[in-house]
Design a protein around this ligand. Structure first.
Ligand SMILES: Nc1ncnc2c1ncn2[C@@H]1O[C@H](COP(=O)(O)OP(=O)(O)OP(=O)(O)O)[C@@H](O)[C@H]1O
Ligand SMILES: Cc1ncc(CO)c(N)n1
Length: 272
C-alpha cells in the first residue's frame, strides 16, 4: 500500500513538527514522502528562535524535480512563510500536479506564539491556496483568521467551516484541539454534509506538531486511495496513538511518538 506524498513545508530542527513530522507520519502509515522545503526554522519544544526562508525559485525547483520524475499521489502543504512562497508553491501545483489531491494545512503561528506566516500573506493564502485544497486543515485560530469569524464553541466551528467551504476549499477538517474541555471534537465539512469526530482529550503537554502530523497522515491516506472520511479517521487514530506514546522530551511542548505504528505494543497505550 504505497502512496507518494509530496510535502511543501518548513523544517523543524526539534523534529516534532514541520517537515520532520510530515516525513515520519507518512512513513509510519506506509507511504513514501518527498519534500520541497520552504523555510528552515531553528526551534525546540520551547519555541521558534529563527527562520531562514528558502528562495521561491529553489522551492519551485524542488517541486518540479520531484513531480517530473517520481510523481505524487497526494500533496501536502504546511508552513509557507510569505506571499511569494505561496505563489511559488501554488503555481507549481497548478502547472505540474493539477488533479492531485492537496491537503493544505494553513500554518500561521507556532505553539509558542512565533509567526510562521507573515501577516500580509493571509490574503494570498485565501486567494491562492484555498481553491486548490481537496481538504483544508485549520486549527481554531487559523479558521478564525481565514473566515473572519470568532469561534467559541462547536456551533461556531460549524459556521467557520462552512465559510471556508464558500472560500473554495473542497472540504474542511476543522480541528477543535484549542477549545477547552475534556473532549476534543474535529469537524469534517464537505458540500454534502458534516462528519463529527469526538474523543476524550489526552491530558498531556506533549502536543507539538499534532496539526502537521494529522494533515500528513490524511495526505498519506489519500495517496493510498482511501476515501477522505476514512483517511481522516485513520489519521486521527494515529495522532491519538502518537500523543499517548509521546516520549516526554524537552522542557516545553514535546514531540509525539511518530514511530508508534512500528511497535504494536505501544498502540496498546490507547487501549485499542
Ligand atoms: N490533548 C489531546 N488529546 C487528544 N487529541 C488531541 C489533543 N490535542 C490535539 N488533539 C488532536 O490533534 C489534532 C490536531 O489538533 P490541534 O487543534 O492541536 O492542531 P494544531 O493547533 O494545528 O497543532 P500544532 O500547531 O501543534 O501542529 C486534532 O485531531 C485534535 O483533535
Ligand atoms: C516548521 C514548522 N511548521 C509548522 C509548525 C506548527 O506546528 C511548526 N512549529 N514548525
Amino acid at each position: 500500500m504505497k502512496g507518494k506524498v509530496l510535502i511543501a513545508a518548513g523544517s523543524d530542527s526539534g523534529g516534532g513538527a514541520g517537515i520532520q513530522a510530515d516525513i515520519k507520519a507518512v512513513t509510519a502509515l506506509g507511504g513514501f514522502a518527498a519534500t520541497a522545503i520552504t523555510a528552515l526554522t531553528a526551534q525546540n519544544t520551547l519555541g521558534v528562535q529563527g527562520v531562514v526562508p528558502v528562495a521561491p525559485d529553489f522551492i519551485r525547483l524542488q517541486m518540479r524535480l520531484v513531480l517530473e520524475d517520481i510523481g505524487a499521489d497526494a500533496l501536502k502543504t504546511g508552513m509557507l512563510h510569505d506571499a511569494p512562497t505561496i505563489e511559488a508553491v501554488c503555481g507549481e501545483i497548478e502547472a505540474l500536479a493539477p488533479g492531485v489531491p492537496l491537503v493544505a494545512d494553513p500554518v500561521m503561528v507556532a505553539k509558542g506564539g512565533h509567526r510562521l506566516l507573515e501577516e500580509d500573506a493571509v490574503e494570498s493564502l485565501k486567494r491562492r491556496l484555498l481553491p486548490l485544497a481537496a481538504v483544508l486543515t485549520p486549527n481554531l485560530p487559523e479558521a478564525e483568521a481565514l473566515a473572519g469569524v470568532e469561534v467559541r464553541d462547536e456551533a461556531g466551528m460549524a459556521r467557520a467551516a462552512e465559510a471556508l467551504l464558500r472560500l473554495g476549499a473542497r472540504a474542511v477538517l476543522l480541528k477543535g484541539g484549542h477549545l477547552p474541555g475534556s473532549r476534543v471534537v474535529d469537524l469534517l465539512a464537505t458540500p454534502s454534509g458534516t462528519d463529527r469526530f469526538e474523543d476524550a482529550r489526552i491530558e498531556t503537554r506533549h502536543t507539538h506538531g499534532t496539526g502537521c502530523t494529522l494533515a500528513s497522515a490524511v495526505a498519506a491516506g489519500l495517496a493510498q486511495g482511501m476515501a477522505l472520511r476514512d483517511a481522516v479517521a485513520r489519521a486521527r487514530f494515529y495522532v491519538r496513538a502518537a500523543i499517548a506514546a509521546a516520549p516526554g522530551y524537552g522542557k516545553g511542548h514535546g514531540p509525539l511518538d511518530h514511530g508508534v505504528t512500528i511497535d504494536p505494543e505501544r498502540l496498546r497505550l490507547l487501549g485499542g
